[in-house]
Design a binder for this molecule. Structure first.
Ligand SMILES: C[S@@+](CC[C@H](N)C(=O)[O-])C[C@H]1O[C@@H](n2cnc3c(N)ncnc32)[C@H](O)[C@@H]1O
Length: 275
């Protein structure tokens, strides 16, 4: 982590109707922010991935040697590379050509045998059924427009008894006006945030978000049940649910950035098995 990580970004969020959002809008959002997005990444991902999400995710994943893994929504491919270095045979799929170009450039520079393809998770028509032992999808499914179709496709391309392990932004706390109340209102100190204000949890809406000064991204807020029911209907059985917290070292080194996540989870993780 660099000293500038201590300066909190100002994020803006707003909601809109889901009917106005197409896959092209989602793709354009990620293409437009690709340069800025990957600047925040090291080979271990951004700070949330490195210090909160991935330690929990990779502990659930376990030994990947020789496994055929789909990194579903691979972005710049940093996780594909971590998995490939551990001996997995990885395919990365994403909607955004710009993020995939970055992933392919890393692969060209330092080949690990990863194949990257552009595809919508809701339509993996170039991938044969049962092609993967394990599917990992890191902070992606909240951004996928056709969630149920994507879960059905992930089920199809997974081998029988294979696992789907995914993280998402926590649906209980991702919907505006959900925000930390600050007292005084201009405080950036974790101690001066008494609680999160949450409302309209059951709405299904498009979420437009991003740091001020950058193009807007669009994802979706859905109640948690949409994920569990989508999994059940696709043919998955949930075997584990985690709400990861920052590693103690993250708290020691960057208390201001991570303290909130000791109180309220930003992310939720599910391990499901193909029944
Ligand atoms: C928050 S980023 C996470 C990327 C990567 N997993 C990571 O952790 O860095 C969400 C990703 O989902 C991708 N995405 C959104 N909708 C998608 C869809 N329908 N099919 C495939 N990828 C999609 C975006 O292009 C973006 O790369």
């Amino acid at each position: 982590m660099s000293p500038s990580d201590e300066i909190p970004l100002r994020w803006t969020t707003r909601v809109g109707p889901t009917s106005r959002v197409s896959d092209a809008t989602v793709r354009k959002g990620w293409d437009d922010v690709a340069g800025w997005w990957v600047e925040r990444y090291t080979e271990k991902g951004d700070i949330n991935r490195e210090w909160v999400i991935d330690p929990a995710l990779l502990a659930i994943v376990g030994d990947v040697r020789g496994q055929r893994i789909l990194d579903a929504g691979c972005g710049n491919g940093y996780l594909s590379r971590i998995l490939a270095r551990q001996g997995a045979r990885v395919v990365g799929v994403d909607l955004s050509p710009r993020l995939l170009a970055i992933a392919k450039a890393y692969e060209a520079q330092d080949p690990l045998g990863i194949r990257f393809r552009q595809s919508d998770l809701a339509k993996l028509s170039t991938i044969e059924s049962g092609a993967f032992d394990l599917i990992i999808s890191n902070v992606v499914l909240q951004d996928v427009r056709r969630l149920d179709a994507a879960l059905r496709e992930l089920h199809r391309v997974l081998r029988s008894d294979g696992r789907l392990i995914f993280s998402i932004t926590h649906p209980a706390f991702d919907i505006p006006p959900a925000h930390w109340v600050r007292e005084p209102p201009d405080s950036d100190r974790a101690e001066e945030r008494p609680f999160i204000a949450v409302d309209r949890y059951f709405d299904r809406v498009a979420l437009y978000w991003g740091p001020s000064g950058q193009p807007e991204l669009v994802g979706f807020h859905r109640p948690l049940r949409d994920f569990t029911e989508g999994l059940r209907q696709a043919g998955f059985v949930i075997v584990r649910l985690e709400e990861p917290r920052p590693l103690p070292e993250a708290i020691r080194r960057r208390y201001r950035q991570f303290a909130d996540q000791l109180r309220i989870p930003n992310f939720l993780m599910i391990e499901a098995r193909k029944a």
